[in-house]
Write a protein that binds this ligand. Structure first.
Ligand code: UDP
Length: 320
């Protein structure tokens, strides 16, 4: 298949492009580098059957040649980024999704939308099944991401129902692994970089809030399975093993050499108190479940961050 991956310079987009190339497809990557990295595209360009377009998918563009599939992965994905670039975040989720759906319709291509557990907001149902409609503050600081993705899901379903476009929607839960930016600002990259430098780990709030962390190869495998399935309704893809943020901090301190202390910082506005995917649908429809435990995943991830810290003096990016 000839497949377009928007956000190919990003963490998930670049791993996904690698997997699609491994599977024998031709991949066209697209990115505007607003949060993506040139190094990811440089590595992909060394591979056969990969080509790249530098473009902001929030702006319309035509696409040359045949196209069988689109993975729409372009978006800032770190709460620190939403605070700095809220309008771009809203535009890529809304206008960018609309533009991708237009290309999919024109080309007769299948489209898979990267949606998010953030559509559930600060959830009142735990764990979260796809049937839960969510609890989102539209006007809070995270609203730009949450509402853009909720709009993107609505637009995707409208193109499916109204224009017959062949669509998929994956709701991605917290994912980590090599190629996350050291200064991404999300919790795993911050804690690992802080641990490797011997800096204090910054737990926001008292650390009793929970998240469930999926290693990137598991996440990509679930996404590719969904693409090849016939399922149009949203599917959660994430690791259901839940940790408090304090537990994560303790594990990361242990895995990065034990030098760091743990400190508390103010809890960001609207920070969800709990998050855990119900993956019954992914198990039943895709025959998928994650295989990599948090400790194994961290051991695969830490060497990559160590190189960034030792070679480039990388630092974490905290909210204060
Ligand atoms: N967090 C933290 N310290 C950090 C970064 C994040 O304690 O340096 C917390 C954050 O408040 C949230 C959780 O870790 O409760 C996950 O945050 P992240 O930014 O990774 O993503 P989210 O799941 O909130 O979108």
């Amino acid at each position: 298949m000839r497949i377009l991956v928007t956000g190919a310079a990003g963490f998930l987009g670049s791993h996904l492009a690698d997997r699609l190339l491994d599977d024998g497809h031709e991949v066209v990557g697209l990115d505007n580098f607003i949060t993506g990295s040139h190094a990811n595209i440089d590595a992909l360009e060394k591979r056969a059957r990969f080509s790249f377009i530098e473009h902001d998918i929030s702006k319309p563009r035509t696409f040359d040649g045949p196209l069988d599939g689109i993975f729409h992965f372009a978006s800032p994905a770190s709460p620190v980024d939403y605070l700095e670039i809220p309008i771009q975040t809203l535009k890529v989720g809304s206008l960018g999704t609309h533009n991708c759906l237009g290309i999919a319709r024109a080309k007769g291509a299948r489209l898979l939308l990267a949606s998010t557990s953030e559509v559930y907001g600060d959830p009142q149902v735990h764990p979260q099944p796809e049937s839960y409609w969510g609890h989102v503050n539209p006007v809070g600081p995270r609203g730009c991401y949450d509402e853009a993705k909720r709009f993107a899901e609505a637009m995707t379903m409208a193109y499916h129902r109204h224009h017959g476009v062949d669509t998929r929607i994956v709701r991605i839960f917290n994912t980590y692994g090599p190629r996350m930016r050291p200064g991404d600002g999300r919790v795993v990259s911050n804690f690992v970089v802080q641990g490797l430098r011997g800096d204090p780990l910054t737990v926001y709030g008292d650390g009793s809030q929970t998240r469930s962390f999926c290693y990137v190869s598991d996440e990509v495998d679930g996404i590719v399975r969904l693409f090849h399935s016939g399922e149009h309704d949203p599917v959660n893809v994430g690791n259901p093993t839940e940790f408090t943020i304090r537990e994560l901090a303790e594990i990361v301190v242990e895995e990065t050499g034990g030098r760091s202390e743990i400190v508390e910082r103010p809890l960001p506005t609207d920070d969800p108190k709990v998050r855990q995917p119900d993956i019954t649908r992914a198990r039943e429809l895709l025959g998928w479940e994650p295989e990599v435990s948090l400790k194994e995943g961290l051991r695969k991830t830490i060497p990559w961050f160590r190189e960034q810290v030792e070679r480039a003096g990388a630092r974490a990016r905290t909210l204060d």
